[in-house]
Design a protein around this ligand. Sequence first.
Ligand code: NAD
Ligand code: MG
Length: 395
Amino acid sequence: MKTTSEKDTIKKIAILGSTGSIGTQALQVIKNNPDKYEAYVLTANNRVEELIEQARKFQPEVVVIANEDKYARLRDALADLPIKVYAGPRALCDVVAETPIDIVLTAMVGYAGLQPTMSAIRAGKTIALANKETLVVAGEIINDLAEHYHVPIIPVDSEHSAIFQCLTGEIGNDIEKLILTASGGPFRNYSPEQLATATKSQALKHPNWQMGAKITIDSASMMNKGFEVIEAKWLFGVRPEQIEVVVHPQSIIHSMVQFEDGAIKAQLGMPDMRLPIQYAFSYPDRIKTDFPRIDWAKCSQLTFEQPDTKRFRNLQLAYEALHQAGNMPCIVNAANEVVVAAFLKDTISFTGMSEVIEKVMNKMPYIHKPSYEDYVLTDQETRIVTQELISPYKF
Ligand code: NAD
Ligand code: MG
């Protein structure tokens, strides 16, 4: 039994997207540290059976299933336990505001993360941010809200966690440049012809990371790196030209910071998302783990290349969206979500994805200073426009 004072020091964590790749790894971190963390809220979109299993194991206070059709199954399966059960997107926004929660881990995928993240910030919760799409879509709004409510946003994305770790202890020292590393994905050495016919199963085989399907496709197309450039701008307050991408196929250096004296700090480690997840929970402390360590006898080469934005057009498109700002990153995000879903259903080719995104960027009305409502409308309209443009790009 835990004593009352022990219980008070246990951080209560809400995991949005607990059945996903980040969500399940976060639960491993919680399981490894029962004296420090407790799963207070667990949520999923569709995978109700996995959510039931997690709820029985971790006994959270609340569970939410976003898909309302699965509510009855969830409620009935947990009827013997004192767990509150809710359903629907609105419930996601409500539960993150519950008083005892200390940290909200945004581990859901896509634009759907925006509203609950805003709701959690308004409730004053520390955000452990995995859902990069939220910052891509509405970074300015999120930053303004976080400043207003004095809420820390701690990055979980491995590159941004690396930068965050490099910046610890550097208050007052200006950043000259951020260097984001990229594995290059499974198609790093593919010719343009090979890329044009690349299949879903090839794209889903990432060389270094096990991740959800959407981010794995984004990694193969390098849209993920483009989004990470935008994410870095909002997290670290740098100008676009201060963010450089370097391809580093071994994924050992997770990213670097170059300071004004020319010194560069890097964070290294095995590719394992549990470390950045745990650091976001424990910051500024570090907690002992038994995660695999680098074996320097096996790690004989760290190599670096320039990204090829001609073959990987998405990286260039993301930089363009970042420079144009306004609602353009929101347009790129929505178009990308639609084309990735289509690619996963084999209804668009790999290179067709970039071609459609570029067309959508030229077609959608540009808004220089969007409000939240503008982002909502931009997202909705972009999805319709993208869907209409997809059909000619079938295999
Ligand atoms: P995933 O597909 O494995 O899991 C997504 C989770 O979100 C699932 O629990 C799912 O039920 C939930 N979800 C999906 N759509 C939802 C919706 N509309 N409403 C509510 N819940 C929804 O994805 P993942 O790989 O864990 O990635 C999650 C987020 O973290 C993404 O934004 C991704 O870019 C980011 N991220 C992931 C990794 C990684 O290693 N997996 C690394 C860095 C950043
Ligand atoms: Mg990353």
